[in-house]
Design a protein around this ligand. Structure first.
Ligand code: BEZ
Length: 246
């Protein structure tokens, strides 16, 4: 998917706002941190206060361009998470709201394990099983009305399946749990439309602008009673939080 770094920083800035609570698990005085899927670098900049060196990586050039622009004193690089090739290099690998974009969690955990120093830690949070299920069901319904089948591109594992994968890859699990995090979207009654235009762009690309509008209107009507609180749309986010040591 193509990331719009300006839209991400404006409408989606709750991503890094919520990510701040994950930072509390990163001990101050850590030596080296890899921020995996750093986006526009907001959390990388906060991680920098807790360590001697931080590198932010992201698969999107646009995001890395914006991160370098915002935080010229920090190091950033365009690297796909599944392409990292470090050996015993990092004390902490940190990642917020990224793993659900990655189809192969087994390979990802293999690479992360290898990249961590002995006793290094993975600290991450991402979409858990059931994340945005109301939104996806509404979108599925709207596409069905057009005669099209929706196939989710997201990877939202259960706690137990991810736990097994961590153990299989050698990690010692310190914490793993999922929790509901209802997330108010910006932009009032336009909030869900703006969210969907960004995150369902690969599915919506096949339609004319008028058809896109109709699909998203059908979706909104279908889920309004569940996710509209009278003032804003509240996305049904559910997070999986993990702290695991090598
Ligand atoms: C999430 O952070 O859970 C998420 C964001 C965009 C699309 C899907 C999931």
């Amino acid at each position: 998917m193509k990331w719009d770094s300006k839209l991400y920083n404006n409408s989606q800035n709750f991503v890094s706002e919520y990510g701040k609570s994950l930072l509390e698990f990163v001990p101050a005085g850590t030596d080296k941190i890899l921020d995996l899927g750093c986006g526009t670098g907001t959390l990388t900049n906060q991680l920098a206060d807790r360590c001697n060196y931080v590198l932010g990586i992201d698969s999107s050039d646009t995001m890395i361009h914006e991160a370098k622009n915002c935080f010229p004193h920090l190091d950033f690089a365009t690297v796909d998470a599944l392409e990292i090739d470090y050996t015993c290099e990092w004390d902490i690998i940190f990642s917020n709201a990224v793993f659900h974009w990655i189809d192969n969690h087994n390979l990802l955990l293999q690479k992360i394990y290898k990249a961590l120093k002995p006793s290094g830690k993975l600290i991450c949070e991402f979409g858990a099983h059931g994340n945005i299920s109301t939104i996806e069901n509404g979108f599925r319904y709207a596409l069905q009305e057009m005669g099209i089948q929706y196939v989710s591109k997201f990877n939202f594992p259960t706690v137990s399946s991810f736990e097994q994968l961590l153990a299989k890859n050698g990690f010692l699990i310190e914490q793993i749990y999922s929790y509901d995090r209802p997330t108010p979207l910006k932009d009032g009654d336009q909030g869900l439309y703006n969210w969907a235009i960004q995150f369902f762009q690969s599915e919506l690309g096949q339609f004319t602008p008028e058809q896109q509008y109709n699909v998203l209107s059908t979706m909104s009507s279908k889920i309004k009673s569940s996710l509209w609180n009278g003032t804003c749309w509240v996305a049904d986010y559910k997070r999986l939080r993990v702290i695991a040591a090598k």
